[in-house]
Structure formats: structure tokens, C-alpha cells
Design a protein around this ligand. Sequence first.
Ligand code: HSE
Length: 433
Amino acid sequence: MKPVRLAILGLGTVGAGVLQLLQENAKEIKRRTGREIQITHVGTRRPRPDLNLEGIQQSANLLEIVRQPDVDVVIELIGGLSPAKEIFLEAIKHGKQVVTANKALLAECGNELFASADQHTVQIAYEAAVAGGIPIIKVMREGLAANRIEWLAGIINGTGNFILTEMRDKARPFADVLKEAQELGYAEADPTFDVEGIDAAHKLTLLASIAFGIPLQFDKVYTEGISKITAQDVQYAEELGFCIKHLGIARRAPKGIELRVHPTLIPKEQPLASINGVQNAVSVKASAVGQTMYSGPGAGGGPTASAVVADIIDIVRDISYTEDGSGTIPQLAFESLEDINILSREEFTTGYYLRVNVDDRTGVLANITTILSNCGISIDAILQQPRLKNRVPIVIMTDPIVESKMDEAISQIQALPATHGEVMRIRLESLDS
Ligand code: HSE
């Protein structure tokens, strides 16, 4: 059989990693695919004398590369929405299979891209787009395929988890840790994507689509970042037996699906609580198997390249076993997608951690608990810290309640004359059922 020919677009941390991995493990990969893989083109703007590009054509004209007849599979590693989208569509139009790590593009324009891929009978493979080195797409699509997924909760941004871990363990300043994450190749080109939860929301969009068989709906993911979390909250959470993680959560609720990314208190004994540094993990509650968790490195050149090359190997196997040489695996199975309502933030149901700084006066705590009780909110635990300059921080943990009720309670607590500063709200998940 003739070799399968690849074009790698983008020779950044991941692109260079993919090239090196394919070269270093060529023999092993051939054993696994039964077929040789040949890199015919790389798309790059700058010379890379550090890489072995012998016999490979180099060009900065990516649109031209994806039209070439000596390309079977396009590896899109340039990232971003434009010009990646145009290049993607052109590649598909020319019958190329596409492997990508571009979660932003798939989450925001995936419905259109998958429809086009279906029309041209080619595959889009994107294992590397979610949780780097963890094969979570394959787990959801293959390993758990027999199950109805109840919920999934994941630490799906390595940079954010790295920052939270370093701040907690080493009391390092936020900016300093972020800079290190950038140097290590973990962070997005725009690091607010990591810190504000946008990157995690992209990944959650992809996971939820497979988990629930719904279209990609990035615009409906409620997203909150980690920048407001203080060292004080981390410490109070610890005292109450919890740790704070930035989670992406997708959950089937009675009236629809919750899609949300936000800082979350989880019990310290939950497996997700022990996921530190750049590690990612996804816990899945599935109907037949119960709760499982998948963990591993979530960012960086090596783990992401490993996922890209695994997708290349899958595609090589698929196209080698189909008669006409084209991939035929349906991607989003458009005819069978479900139109399930995505819930708004006000309809979410979770527990809460509230921190309120109040005047040290008689009756203030009673006022707060009365407000909560009038809104139908049940208190699980209260922690009152010693006075800090005439102010008393009160920390309250509640049982699960619909968020509109909590909004009502918080606005009333906020309006009390004894309340100072903003009421801090962190959602809380026990993840035990
Ligand atoms: N910036 C991302 C992260 C890279 O930190 O997880 C991997 O998608």
C-alpha cells in the first residue's frame, strides 16, 4: 500500500512535537498501522533549522498546501478562528481528512465544519483539543458508548489548575505562575482564555456534544474565571474540608442540560481534588458503569502531540480499511442530534459557599440566616472567623438550591447595612451521586 501523506500546518510547540514523534516512532507506528506515514508538506512562516525537514516541502501558503494532491491528511495546528476556518473548509472540500487540536474553532464553528466533513465523507479528529494527553474523546465515544451519561465534571485547563495549585502550595503570585505556564507552553496565546474559563468552555462544549448527543453550543456555556478567588477563600474551604477547583460541568437536569465553567468547592476526598499542577482529569457519571475518572497531563507539547499522532494513526487505519480509501465514520451524526434545552445560569442547581464581611454587631448573623430561610435555602455549615478590623467574615455553606433563589438571597444580604464589600459566592459540588 502506498504511504499516507500528511501536511502539518503550524510548527509551534505542538506541530514540532508531532513531527518529531512521527519521525522518532516511525517504526512502531508503521507496525500499528501496517502502512507508512510520510510527511509531504509543512506550513510554516519561519525556518526551523532545529527540525529534520529533509524531503518535506515548506511553505507559508496554507491554503495552497491543503489543495495539493500529495496530501491525504491535514494536521491543523495553527489555532485560532481565522484563517484556520477557511483553511479547514478548503481542506475538507478537497477531500482531505483533518486532525486538529483547535478547540476554539470546533467549539465555535464546529457544527458547520462537521456538516461539511459529512458532506465530503471525511473525518475531523480532535482528541488533542480536549485535555491534552488524556484520550477522553475516545473514552466518551467508544469506551462509554453503551451508557447514558448523567454528568461529567472536569479540570480541563492545565494552566488554571497549575496556577491554583502553585498559589495554594507555594503562595506564589498569580502573574508569576502565569508567566511560567506561558514559558512551559501550557498557556493559550491569549492567557485570559485560560484564566477566565473560555478555553475550558470550548472543551466542555465538545465533551457535552458527545456525552449528550447535542449540537455544539459554546454560546450557552455559563463561564466564570478564577481571578476573583482569594487566598482567604482557599483557606476557608480547606477548613471546611473542601478544595477549590476550576471545573467544567455538564449535567443532565430534569428540565434540560447545565453547561457551566466556574470555580467550585469539592470535598477533599473526591478524586478530582487530588489533581494538581498541569494535570487534567474528567470524572464521568454514566448509567451502567457508574463513576469513572480519567486523568493525565492536560497541556504542553508532548501530551498534545501524543493525542494528535493517535488520531493520525486512527485515520490511517480507517482509510486503509475502507474500499474507496475515504473515511466514512459519521462525526456528529446530524440526523440523530437531540434538541435538549440548555439551562440558563438562574436554573442551575448547586450548593454554595458564601463569604460575607459584616459589622461585628448583635443580630447580623440572624438577619442573614433569616434571609436564607425566607428564600428556602437550607444551611449546611457556618464558620465565623475572629474579627478583622471591626469586620467579621462569615462563611456559610448551603445545601443545593436553584440559582435564582440564591440570587435573591445574595441581593438581600448585599443590601444589609451591616454588609461590607461584595458577597463572595462559590458553587459547591459533592460529585457523589
Ligand atoms: N491552555 C491550555 C491549557 C492548553 O492550559 O490547558 C491545552 O489545551
